[in-house]
Design a protein around this ligand. Structure first.
Ligand code: XMP
Length: 333
């Protein structure tokens, strides 16, 4: 990652006109930097990697090779959406890797959150490196580094301690040496979104809520099992659907479902029904260091509860976490 400072003279990108000017300048820079060589990008579908992809497709078309790794911990329809937007919509050179079994087999029986993060981060690099080794003539690696990432790495270099490792993607193995292409490295998140919209990406993708690198892996608490993960994915999709319908999705910073590894006794069709509880979380924050609770209206809570308990196999209760940060962190793991 570049360890540079944003130029003092750089104007904040707040309008489409400023975004268009930025895009034009970056397209020219990227073309000059990579010439006719190929560029590789890990495209998760998050805001930053999506905007980099769209920008580079505009600059160099099929010289950009996007690799989307599905680690089996994505939310419902997320990988399908990446394929739809980039392969079908923008005609991207996109390699889709379904590595679900690789990840879930390695994670089986592992309950420590930091160990889970490390396994996911390490395996992600291995899957990506395996794909990179199959390709020929790639000299560049594009990354969705943005300015807060640079500021964060400076802070860490100064020895400030983090509560969680926030492990995503580390460095690639020694045999894979690429020059970096980081067109967003001086942008703040709000500027990345303005640029994304100017590039024509869907609003929902550009304004997508933050999603941790380890994905649903840190929301399926303790040792991940496929059945509980499937229940989590369905319950989370229902929460998101209902938030979309009532307008909360536009307003709340981050909202999701967590499923702990416990069962309680319930009743269904007059019979004993042991199931997991689904825990709802909806928080607002500026910098994720502290967070407040979004008060979800009672009728929305009731609707979500009714839907999750009837539509999702294995869930018999719904709980609502109203703990701010601190003392709770945003994620449960
Ligand atoms: P916490 O749980 O530490 O989360 O209050 C703060 C923000 O960071 C996200 N988060 C992660 N993001 N890799 C990530 O990319 C991680 O391992 C990770 N853990 C937490 C969390 O979703 C929230 O937005």
């Amino acid at each position: 990652m570049a360890n540079e400072k944003r130029p003092d003279t750089m104007e904040r990108i707040t309008t489409k006109a400023l975004a268009d000017a930025f895009i034009e300048a970056e397209v020219a820079k990227v073309r000059a930097q990579v010439g006719d060589k190929k560029v590789l990008l890990a495209l998760s579908g998050g805001v930053d990697s999506s905007v980099v992809a769209a920008l580079l497709i505009k600059a160099i078309g099929k010289q950009l090779i996007c690799v989307h790794v599905n680690h089996g911990l994505m939310r419902k329809n997320e990988s399908e959406n990446v394929i739809e937007v980039f392969k079908n919509g923008l005609d991207a050179n996109l390699i889709y890797v379904d590595a679900t079994d690789r990840f879930l087999n390695l994670l089986a029986g592992v309950s420590d959150p930091e160990k889970k993060r490390k396994i996911i981060g390490k395996e992600f690099i291995e899957v990506f490196a395996d794909e990179a080794r199959k390709l020929e003539g790639v000299e560049f690696l594009a990354q969705g580094t943005i300015y807060p990432d640079i500021l964060e790495s400076i802070k860490q270099a100064e020895g400030k301690k983090a509560v969680k490792s926030h492990h995503n993607v580390g460095g690639l193995p020694e045999d894979l040496k690429f020059s970096l292409v980081e067109p967003l490295k001086f942008l703040y998140k709000d500027e990345v979104r303005v640029v994304g919209e100017a590039l024509g990406l869907p609003h929902a993708m550009v304004y997508r809520q933050p999603f941790p690198g380890p994905g649903l892996g840190v929301r399926c608490l303790g040792a991940i099992t496929r059945d509980r993960l499937a229940a989590l994915r369905e319950a989370d999709a229902i929460l998101r659907e209902e938030f979309d319908k009532c307008g909360l999705a536009e307003k709340v910073w981050q909202y999701f479902v967590v499923i702990p590894d416990i069962k309680s006794v319930g009743v269904k069709d007059d019979s004993r029904y042991e199931g997991w509880p689904a825990i709802l979380r909806a928080v607002n924050t500026k910098d994720a260091m502290t967070a407040t609770i979004e008060p979800i209206p009672y009728d929305v809570l009731a609707k979500i509860t009714a839907r999750i308990t009837t539509e999702v196999d294995g869930i018999n209760r719904v709980l609502y976490d109203i703990t701010p940060k601190p003392t709770g962190t945003i994620e449960w793991e």
